[in-house]
Write a protein of this length. Structure first.
Length: 372
């Protein structure tokens, strides 16, 4: 009888308090591996902890220190010690001297040439490193066809070497509504449109604020715009813009949302708005559709792939078009009901078998190629 597959996983995103798309990606892959009886060794630094979904996985804490030393010395030693068959990195990087095949995940290429930020020397170095990591990996995963095209064009990989596997949708994302305590905790009010994500420039939030200010007065009077997540560094400028637009009290900065509260916030939203200039996937749009929230999203990046015809897609640089789409959704129960139906049907297409399960399949196939 052959030994069970042993997968090593870089789990540094699993620290308490981390709210990132990469963390959610890891949680769903670990859940899928547990469902299939695959043995996982999750490598973390101090503060990492296994989520409840990772039943049967083992956590190995490797200490802190310089990131490069952890990546290239500490981690390869641990992979060799534990007899790992294949290693999954949720990032573009990997140990160059790993004792087993590595599968890397390139969610997007924002770490190279971030929009609107000129860093030619740094970007050239990161591009060279990303090419080395990707070309030497046994397999490369992209979240979307959009990301695959970017990887092929900018890193020079053959398209056949990049597997497109959508990000998995957690089981907890289902229709619901916020409790009175959740409404008070996050300042939701009785009716609200919701944004979930960080406050980086590519998220296009200044245009969203100006579009909100352009809504008909009755809609602004009866709805709040709730900006959930974000970063402290980006909030002051957005708060100042909201004040300058006369939106004091109409825009709520809800801060980080606890994982257990997020489905309810989606489910109670009159609309989820994701006006990004660029996205490698667009997980909030998918999560919101699964919770029954109507979606207004950008016609950029991977968002059209995720939303398809289940939401309203707009040019994110056209503030009038964004305001019109929001007004159309917020002002019509029929429109919201139609978008809810289409969104729920669309979200159902992102089954575990099509998403995280395919990551586990790819890891198993990669390990078999090594031993075959």
């Amino acid at each position: 009888m052959s030994a069970p597959l042993r997968v090593g996983v870089d789990g540094r995103e699993l620290r308490a308090g981390v709210r990132t798309g990469i963390r959610r990606y890891l949680v769903e892959v670990l859940r899928a591996a547990a469902a299939r009886g695959v043995e996982c060794v999750v490598y973390g630094d101090p503060g990492a902890e296994l989520p409840a979904e990772a039943a049967g996985a083992r956590l190995a804490l490797l200490g802190g220190g310089l990131t490069q030393w952890w990546d290239q010395v500490t981690l390869p030693r641990a992979l060799r010690r534990d007899g790992v068959d294949v290693f999954l990195s949720p990032y573009y990087k990997r140990p160059l001297a790993a004792p087993c095949p590595s599968v890397v995940t390139i969610h997007d290429l924002f770490f190279i040439g971030y929009p609107g930020r000129a860093r030619p020397l740094r970007d050239a170095l990161l591009t060279a490193l990303a090419r080395v990591y990707a070309r030497g990996a046994a397999a490369v995963i992209a979240d979307s066809e959009h990301s695959r095209r970017e990887i092929v064009a900018r890193l020079g990989l053959p398209a056949a070497r990049v597997s497109v596997i959508p990000v998995a949708l957690g089981r907890e994302f289902a229709p619901g509504a916020p409790t009175p305590a959740q409404r008070a905790r996050y300042g939701l009010g009785s009716r609200y449109a919701l944004y979930v994500g960080n406050f980086l420039p590519h998220k296009n939030l200044p245009r969203l604020l100006r579009a909100w200010a352009a809504l008909p007065a009755p809609l602004r009077a009866t709805h709040r715009l709730v900006l959930a997540g974000g970063a402290r560094a980006g909030r002051p400028a957005l708060a100042a813009l909201a004040a300058a637009l006369g939106l004091d009290g109409a825009v709520v900065f809800a801060g980080l949302v606890a994982d257990e509260d997020l489905p309810a916030l989606y489910g109670g939203a009159a609309a989820l708005v994701q006006p990004s200039l660029e996205e490698g996937f667009g997980l909030p749009a998918l999560e919101a559709m699964a919770c029954g929230a109507p979606v207004v999203a950008s016609r950029r990046g991977a968002l059209p792939e995720v939303v398809n015809d289940a939401g309203l897609l707009v040019d994110p640089e056209d503030e009038r078009a964004l305001a019109a789409a929001l007004a159309r959704v917020l002002g019509s129960e029929d429109e919201r009901a139609a978008l809810r139906r289409r969104g729920l049907a669309r979200a159902a297409e992102f089954s575990a078998a099509r998403t995280a399960g395919r990551v586990v399949d790819l890891l198993a196939a990669t390990a078999r190629r090594r031993t075959g």
